[in-house]
Design a protein around this ligand. Structure first.
Ligand code: PXP
Length: 252
């Protein structure tokens, strides 16, 4: 059964990967994603998300060291389910680890993790992270089978992929957008019923955030690319403040 009342504060995790993308376009040290993270923290981000990719195309190992040192809000480390990443996470023990699928040739995390077909390996993969005290989240498509599998392997959180909803909105496929939104709504309620904490993210913008923020079961949104782009025009703190305002408005 869906919740009838909003759960209160909806957390905003700001993803700073694409500050590092701009830095890495030239090499060198600027712009510094850690500086962006500290600014985001000051501007009201409830957490910082950073994706350490296998190919290190944006965030670097040193960025993770520095984020762990500098932040006072929780760090959500996004990573693929590989031995290398597990060792890095166990060394740092960030507040949260979000397991995402990763393909080198993709531009961004294009789909959710295939949990249902890799259940045994993933259960073993996340066990030491859970024992180390990390809140383990699994990034999945809003599908019943994936949610059930995430629950069975012992994840505390599922993050539902909002990319299909956002793409449909951007491309004017409104019937599909509404169907995707309905799927997200139903699957948020379903995951919550199983006892999972529900997060959502990918591709969210000022235009698409409110309907997702209004789902009472959703506790956290992770937003990056749009905010870093918007920061070019209005600055990072005002860009975040506007997202925060829209989220609060949707939640009220
Ligand atoms: N959540 C997860 C699990 C992601 O992989 C990403 C992209 O790195 C995001 C949220 C943020 O997506 P975007 O940068 O499109 O806002």
């Amino acid at each position: 059964m869906a919740l009838e009342k909003p759960l209160g504060h909806l957390r905003l995790g700001v993803n700073i990967d694409h500050v590092a993308t701009v830095r890495n376009a030239r090499g060198g040290a600027y712009p510094d994603p850690v500086r962006a993270a500290l600014l985001a923290q000051e501007a009201g981000a409830d957490g910082i998300t950073a994706h350490l990719r296998e190919d290190r195309r944006h965030i670097s190992d040193e960025d993770i060291d520095r984020l762990m040192e500098a932040l006072t809000v929780p760090l959500n480390l996004e990573m693929a389910a590989t031995d290398e990443m597990q060792a890095i996470a166990l060394r740092h023990r960030p507040h949260a680890v979000c397991i995402v699928p990763e393909r080198r040739e993709e531009r961004t995390t294009e789909g959710g993790l295939e949990v249902a077909q890799d259940e045994n390996r993933l259960a073993h993969f996340i066990a030491p992270l859970r024992e180390a005290g990390c809140r383990v989240s699994i990034f999945i498509a809003a599908e019943r089978a994936q949610i059930e599998a995430a629950h069975r392997i012992g994840a505390a959180v599922v993050e539902l992929h909002t990319g299909a909803y956002c793409d449909a909105h951007a491309e004017g496929r409104l019937a599909e957008r509404d169907a995707e939104l309905e799927r997200l709504r139903e699957m948020s309620a379903f995951a919550h019923e199983l006892g999972l904490e529900v997060h959502a993210g990918h591709g969210l913008t000022y235009e698409t955030v409110k309907p997702v923020a209004a789902f009472p079961e959703v506790m956290e949104l992770n937003i990056g690319h749009f905010l870093i782009g918007e920061a070019i025009f209005r600055g990072l703190a005002p860009a975040i403040a506007e997202m925060r305002r829209l989220m609060d408005e949707a939640r009220a």
